[in-house]
Design a protein around this ligand. Structure first.
Ligand code: BGP
Length: 469
């Protein structure tokens, strides 16, 4: 029998406001960039499914908080919509305050600890029109928003996070076409990353100034980086990838400074961002109390062939190349590798190299297409594949805890199937199935399984489990 998890382990699930809240233009909310992008280019989104078609938590949170305690969840992460709380960036929306206060209070009443995030890829449109994170003003706007959120909800929320996967709006929005403004420019991407790190630190400063009860963290997608071989060129590619994809946010967040190798790489490629006096000091004030770690898949790299390197670099592909590991196991729906051992390696890296700072697994999960084909005659999705996926990852979390990692929780992505950006509802991730036409929530087999796991505080093997059928 497996060891029990630590006492008070955070068992839960995660979502975000833009992916689950709905109530698009209700209750005084203004547009986010996703709302506008969908209005401008709906054809970019899977099956024309836009941000209006979310789980509609705005209307159903009373029922949803109850569904959480039905399956024993004791914690939950979502985000506040910046453009709901401050529709013009300055004026507090009383309807938003009322909604979030009631929502967070109900979570607490159900014994569910709210972990509340401030930014999950959802730039208010009014600010995006001024350049979004490229515009330095965004730092002060974000710090103001953070302070208002802490003041309004600080009595109900004791775990705050500033960003979700801050590198993603950099790479998807400024080095690719997955987020607006769909720019492809390395120099601009670096500027956005710098402003994001400053905005994070400015929010931490506001939090510390207010002296409210609670802790503040940052949610990072931390993948272990594996090199194709131990040859010097592949190891150099690994160092570059680790620095750019992992440490560019991890080191400022935990140590309050940028990694030396990052500065060297940027300088050498004429990519240093525009900075002001005082930036270094502000970054040093952004140290967090805990980390959220989103883990889906590892990063595998190999050296870039010398004759293909651009110098100065024009894309991240000039620093390392993706290595296609022949033995990899894939989630064919999402196209992501499944490698549960990666969670152990990340936990050990945090333990050894980052002072064993407390962290929790803030996202991990398996998106599956056309999941309704696995429904039994009662409509319950028999998602054995998800139970196995969670089991394998949790077994590695446990192994890491046994080896001394300071991991205080595990959250599945996601609670109820939610809207996923350009992918709409293509892949389903939830403990609860969402019937799109009616909004009905139906627990999947994994929901029954996790309920028992949480109750026993211990892993249960699928073949010793026969409920939910
Ligand atoms: C993470 C994001 C989530 C969520 C998840 C699943 O990177 O923080 O917002 O979307 O990935 O990925 P996807 O929805 O793209 O399948």
């Amino acid at each position: 029998m497996a060891n029990p998890f630590p006492e008070h382990f955070f068992w839960g699930a995660a979502t975000s406001a833009p992916q689950s809240e709905g109530g698009q233009y209700e209750g005084g909310r203004s547009a986010s960039t996703w709302d506008k992008w969908f209005e401008l280019e709906p054809e970019n989104f899977n099956s024309n499914q836009g941000p209006k078609n979310t789980t509609n938590v705005f209307d159903r949170y009373k029922e949803d908080t109850k569904l959480m305690s039905d399956i024993n969840l004791n914690s939950y992460r979502t985000s506040i919509s910046w453009n709901r709380l401050l529709p013009d960036g300055k004026t507090l929306n009383p309807q938003a305050v009322q909604y979030y206060r009631d929502y967070f209070k109900r979570l607490r009443d159900q014994g569910v600890e709210p972990i509340i995030n401030l930014f999950h890829f959802d730039m208010p449109w009014w600010l995006m029109e001024k350049g979004g994170w490229e515009n330095r003003e965004s730092i002060d706007h974000f710090a103001f928003y953070a302070r208002i959120a802490f003041e309004q909800f600080g009595d109900l929320v004791h775990y705050w996070t500033t960003f979700n996967e801050p590198i993603v709006h950099v790479t998807c929005g400024y080095l690719g076409e997955y987020h607006w403004p769909k720019v492809n420019n390395l120099k601009r991407a670096v500027q956005v990353a710098h402003h994001t790190n400053l905005a994070h630190a400015a929010a931490v400063v506001e939090f510390r100034k207010l002296g409210i009860e609670g802790k503040i963290g940052n949610i990072l997608n931390l993948s272990p980086v594996y090199a194709k071989s131990n040859q010097a060129e592949d190891l150099q590619a690994k160092l570059n990838a680790e620095t750019l994809h992992v440490k560019s946010f991890l080191e400022p967040t935990v140590n309050g400074e940028y990694p030396e190798h990052l500065i060297t790489l940027l300088k050498d490629n004429d990519l240093l961002p525009h900075t002001l006096d005082g930036d270094k000091e502000l970054i040093s004030k952004g140290k967090v109390d805990f980390l959220g770690v989103n883990y889906y898949q590892p990063i595998r790299v190999e050296a870039v062939p010398t004759d293909e390197v651009n110098h100065p670099a024009t894309s991240l592909g000039d620093f390392s190349r993706h290595y296609n590991w022949p033995e990899k196991k894939m989630n064919p729906y999402r196209g992501w590798e499944i490698y549960p051992e990666g969670i152990y390696d990340i936990a050990m890296m945090i333990k050894e190299d980052y002072g064993n700072i407390p962290f929790y697994i803030s996202e991990n999960g398996m998106g599956v297409s056309e999941e309704e084909r696995f429904a039994d005659d009662k409509g319950i999705i028999q998602d054995d594949y998800r139970i196995e996926f969670i089991y394998d990852h949790l077994a590695n979390v446990q192994k890491a805890i046994d080896a001394g990692a300071n991991c205080f929780g595990y959250h599945l992505w996601t609670f109820i199937d939610c809207w996923s950006w350009l992918n709409g509802y293509r892949n389903r991730y939830g403990f609860y199935r969402l019937i799109l036409e009616t909004g009905e929530r139906i627990p999947k087999k994994s929901a029954f399984w996790i309920k028992d796991v949480i109750q026993q505080n211990q892993l249960i093997k699928l073949n010793q489990y026969d409920k939910g059928e």
